[in-house]
Design a binder for this molecule. Structure first.
Ligand code: ZN
Length: 205
C-alpha cells in the first residue's frame, strides 16, 4: 500500500495528542480514520465533500480516489466503528457495523515466503471499508483490538492505542489529556482554587 505523507505535521507539537503513540502497522490507518471526528481545535474531516477529498488524498492510494460517495457514508462508518471501540457492543451495534462495512472487494495475496495478506481494492469507500475490515478481523482475532480505547477526557474522546503493559491506560496522552481531566476534576471539587496556580499538575495513566 502506498500512502501519501503530504501535508503531514512536521513536528511532534503539530501532531494531535492521540497521534504521538500511534497504533502499529495496518491499524494506524484505522486509528487515523477513527479520529476524523470533531474535537477542540479540529473540525470533522468528513464535514463536507471538499474536506473528505482532502483527507482521502492524504490517506489512501491515489488510484482509489474518486468522487464516489457522500461524506455522510464515511461519517456513518466512522461513528459505528467508534461505537464498536467504546463497547461493550450489542448485537445490534455489531450488525449495524457489519452492514455499514458492506461487501468490500478483498483478495488474498500470498508471497513466495508464505506470508498471506488481504489486499483491498475498489473505489475509495470500498478500499477503505476493505482495509478496515481486514485490520478489524486480524486485530480482534489476536486480541490487539482491545488496545483501542476512547480517551476519558470528554473534550477529546480520541481513539488511542493503549501501550500500557496491563492495558490500564485511560487517556490518549496522560501528560496532556490526563492532566487536563484531573485538573478539571480538582477545580470542580475544590471551588476555592480560582487560578491555575492553585491547581496542581497531575501525572499518571
Ligand atoms: Zn485525549
Amino acid at each position: 500500500m502506498t500512502v501519501s505523507t503530504a501535508h503531514q505535521p512536521e513536528t511532534e507539537e503539530d501532531r494531535p495528542a492521540w497521534a504521538r503513540r500511534p497504533a502499529p502497522g495496518r491499524l494506524a490507518l484505522v486509528q487515523q480514520f477513527l479520529n476524523t471526528h470533531a474535537y477542540p481545535g479540529h473540525d470533522d474531516d468528513f464535514a463536507c465533500a471538499a474536506t473528505a477529498q482532502t483527507w482521502l488524498r492524504q490517506h489512501i492510494p491515489a488510484a482509489q480516489i474518486a468522487p464516489d460517495a457522500d461524506p455522510a457514508d464515511y461519517r456513518r462508518l466512522r461513528d459505528r466503528l467508534r461505537d464498536y471501540v467504546r463497547g461493550p457492543s450489542t448485537l445490534a451495534d455489531s450488525t449495524r457495523l457489519t452492514r455499514t462495512l458492506g461487501h468490500p472487494p478483498l483478495t488474498v495475496d500470498m508471497s513466495a515466503t508464505g506470508d498471506i495478506t488481504l489486499v483491498s481494492a475498489g473505489s475509495a469507500t470500498e478500499w477503505l471499508s476493505g482495509e478496515i475490515a481486514a485490520a478489524l478481523v486480524l486485530a480482534v482475532a489476536d486480541g490487539s483490538w482491545r488496545r483501542f480505547k476512547t480517551c476519558a477526557n470528554d473534550e477529546c474522546q480520541a481513539i488511542f492505542w493503549d501501550q500500557t503493559k496491563n492495558g490500564s491506560g485511560r487517556f490518549c496522552t496522560p501528560e496532556i489529556c490526563g492532566n487536563r481531566f484531573r485538573q478539571r476534576h480538582f477545580r470542580a471539587t475544590h471551588p476555592q482554587a480560582k487560578t491555575a496556580g492553585d491547581t496542581p499538575s497531575f501525572r499518571g495513566a
